[in-house]
Design a protein around this ligand. Structure first.
Ligand SMILES: *Cc1c(COP(=O)(O)O)cnc(C)c1O
Length: 343
């Protein structure tokens, strides 16, 4: 199967256009030089184009095309306070002329920053719930209130297309990577991405269909057993695309050794990766997801997993507003501009 065949199948899935695609694939020559490693390309999914970008904009093209969501004029969501998904959903709903109500777990912080600040700027109605059960109750209440006011609300958490949409979106993203490299007569050896299984399901599908490269997911959370979760999502997405392609959990390489203390808590290795990308390439990662994934890739490069001719691709899944909620991490400037020196 070719990337073109895959695209033809994806074209049959209901979709709304929201992201700027294809995103750029940039070679990171300074980063590669500092690491003394393989050729590194960064897939700039932080540049998907809606409210600071990120991977969720791709899956929202499928999610918001689902019948219930497309018929709605108001989208209600239960999410976390610093959710990248919430920010991108509000931005995308604005583009589609839909209102948004965010029911976020926790209490209003003193200093409103990062994604939460952007949610406000984008005009979402923001409410806080003290617990998961309170969150459920409040979202039901919001749905009923909207209905009583004559609007057509939809609770986005009820639309199962999140997982599958991410898998299909990242199958397409991998096609973009392969096509962009092919245009330079190159091919990837290994693709790295921060994933808790949804996006990686798409990368693994692409690997099975196109062949010839490794996929290494690095997770930012211990919440899931990723190989069975990823395989289940991949198989569902394959069925939607009419592909007879059983994917087994054994096909999922997902490294959980870069989570650090916990989800959402920056780690030393992750912060070093954020600084390194910034100071070698002018690329801003984030300390919650992409920094930790980049730390995994960097460690694998340093231990010698690749030779200098290999092509390694890092998918930048976004999350950049998180640098502002952790501002103290970037004020220590001791390593300065790298100027070609190794760290
Ligand atoms: C949500 C998110 C991820 C994880 O995405 P999966 O769909 O689980 O692959 C990775 N990076 C960022 C920046 C995210 O916001």
């Amino acid at each position: 199967m070719t990337a073109k065949d895959i695209r033809a199948r994806i074209a049959k899935v209901p979709r709304v256009s929201l992201a700027c695609l294809p995103t750029p694939l940039q070679e990171a020559k300074q980063l590669s030089k500092v690491l003394g490693g393989p050729r590194i390309f960064v897939k700039r999914d932080d540049l998907t184009g809606v409210a600071f970008g990120g991977n969720k904009t791709r899956n929202l093209e499928f999610r918001l095309a689902a019948d219930k969501a497309s018929a709605a004029d108001t989208i209600v969501m239960e999410l976390d306070q610093q959710s990248n998904s919430a920010r991108q959903t509000v931005g995308c709903c604005n583009r589609l002329g839909k209102g948004t109500i965010l029911i976020l777990e926790g209490s209003a912080p003193e200093n409103i920053q990062g994604n939460l600040l952007v949610d406000h700027l984008l005009g979402a109605e923001v409410r806080f719930a003290s617990s998961r059960s309170e969150q459920k109750r409040m979202s039901q209440e919001a749905v009923e209130r909207e209905r009583a006011a004559g609007r057509a609300p939809c609770l986005l958490n009820d639309i199962p297309m999140f997982d599958e949409g991410s898998a299909i979106a990242y199958l397409e993203c991998t096609c973009e990577i392969v096509e962009a490299l092919e245009a330079q007569s190159l091919a990837p050896e290994c693709i790295y991405m921060s994933s808790s299984g949804k996006g990686q399901a798409g990368l693994v599908l692409a690997q099975q269909l196109l062949g010839g490269f490794q996929v290494r997911g690095i997770t930012a959370t211990n919440e899931f057993d990723i190989p069975p979760r990823g395989a289940e999502i991949a198989n569902r997405a394959a069925r939607t695309l009419g592909l007879d392609l059983p994917v087994s959990p054994a096909l999922f390489f997902n490294d959980d050794s870069f989570v650090g203390e916990n989800y959402g808590i920056p780690s030393e290795a992750g912060n070093e990766a954020v600084r390194l990308f910034a100071r070698t390439e002018g690329i801003v990662l984030d300390p919650v997801y992409t920094g930790k994934a980049a730390a995994g890739m960097i460690e694998h490069i340093r231990r010698g997993d690749f030779n200098s001719k290999d092509i390694v691709v890092f998918v930048h899944t976004g999350g950049t507003p998180a640098i502002f909620t952790h501002n103290h991490l970037w004020l220590d400037n001791h390593s300065g501009n790298l100027g070609g020196k190794t760290l």
